[in-house]
Design a protein around this ligand. Structure first.
Ligand code: KG4
Ligand code: ZN
Length: 344
């Protein structure tokens, strides 16, 4: 079989990251660079991101090896996110990882980025009481917005997803309308603390509907209509804060309703795991905790550093994949010919 430690690379969006994990999942070293250079454009520019990954990866990987006091030969196998994500970054990360594996004569394991988010909660010691299968995963970030039944390694059932924007995208777009800088989620949450969440009536898209799909574009439009009377004039602070708080409340209401539905679709779940950058939102977190508690279920969110894109989750997913293959008596994965899959 494949023996650790694993060296893992993440490059699917605008985080360039490398981590080295022992076979039991202990993180021996990790480095992450959140690329700057995108904020002026109000979003991630794929071409800039790919070039930055290319410039950053060699040094980052050397540094991570140095931090772990390891030589490249000490690595058992190499892993990388090979999709879904931005094709340029995926090509850079996958090509780098495969090249390293080839040069060192070590196996290469391709990791699905969403699967890595899904399995993060199972990192030993992360969630009190652990995260045994099956559990319900809510993945909410700038790029993802879905409810997934996590039934085992390699066994996932998508219960619902967004039919327009991702939750983080909605936060970012509304924040932009309010004149906040990108990424707007954290700034909007801060502004909302000074506002009244009941001050401004906003819709709750899809709430009460069957299934657990999400929609945020109607909410975004409603916010822009509330802003229309102000035209180009500066927003009164009080009004901006009320609008931010009312928007955040609407998102929390919608997500709470969708999660109730997801639990109905997955009665065997005893745990709700929330991951992705939007999981940092304290109002949303509190609501999800409430929903889980009202059903007598556990709620867990990995620490923020592991909720957002990182390489530790990629290494862990690779280790779990290898262990699962061994458990089933299957040969270890050999993904040396796998190509990046932006829409995997
Ligand atoms: O997981 P992430 O770092 O990257 C991906 O999109 O994959 O998530 C970033 C997203 C951004 O849209 C950001 O605005 C949002 O998460 N976000 C938040 C908060 N912190 C980050 N949204 C709402 N409230 C927050 N506190
Ligand atoms: Zn992600």
């Amino acid at each position: 079989g494949i023996a650790g430690p694993v060296l893992a690379i993440e490059s699917s969006c605008d985080e360039t990251a490398c981590a080295i994990l022992a076979p039991d999942g202990t993180c021996l070293a990790q480095r992450l660079i959140s690329q700057d250079g995108h904020a002026d454009f109000g979003g991630v520019v794929p071409e800039i991101a790919a070039r930055a990954h290319l410039a950053l990866l060699p040094g980052l990987v050397s540094q991570t090896l140095k931090d772990a006091a390891m030589a490249p030969e000490d690595i058992g196998f190499i892993a990388a996110s090979t999709g879904p994500g931005l094709i340029g970054g995926l090509i850079v990360g996958t090509g780098f990882a495969k090249g390293l594996a080839l040069a060192l004569n070590k196996p290469f394991v391709a990791v699905n980025h969403v699967e890595a988010h899904a399995l993060t909660a199972r990192l030993p010691g992360l969630v009190p009481g652990g995260a045994p299968f099956p559990y319900l995963l809510l993945l909410v970030s700038g790029g993802h917005c879905q409810c997934i039944a996590v039934e085992g390694v390699g066994q996932y059932r998508k219960l619902g997803g967004t039919i327009d924007d991702a939750a983080g995208e909605a936060f970012d777009k509304v924040a932009k309308m309010l004149g906040l800088s990108w990424p707007g989620g954290p700034a909007l949450e801060k502004l909302a603390r000074d506002g009244n969440p009941d001050a401004i009536a906003l819709p709750r898209p899809l709430a009460g509907r069957a299934g657990c799909d999400f929609s945020f574009s109607g909410l975004k439009t409603a916010v822009s209509q509330k802003l229309a009377p102000y035209g180009q004039t500066a927003l009164p602070y009080r009004f901006a804060a009320d609008l931010a708080a009312s928007f955040q409340q609407a998102v929390a209401d919608v997500v709470a309703n969708r999660i109730q539905q997801a639990f109905d679709m997955m009665p065997e779940a005893t745990l709700l795991v929330c991951a992705g950058g939007v999981a940092a939102n304290t109002v949303l977190r509190a609501r999800l905790e409430e929903v889980a508690a009202s059903r007598g279920l556990r709620f867990a969110a990995p620490p923020l550093k592991l909720c957002t894109d990182n390489a530790v989750m990629v290494g862990w997913a690779a280790l779990e994949t290898c262990q699962e293959a061994a458990r089933r008596g299957l040969p270890p994965p050999d993904d040396s010919t796998t190509r990046p899959r932006p829409r995997w």
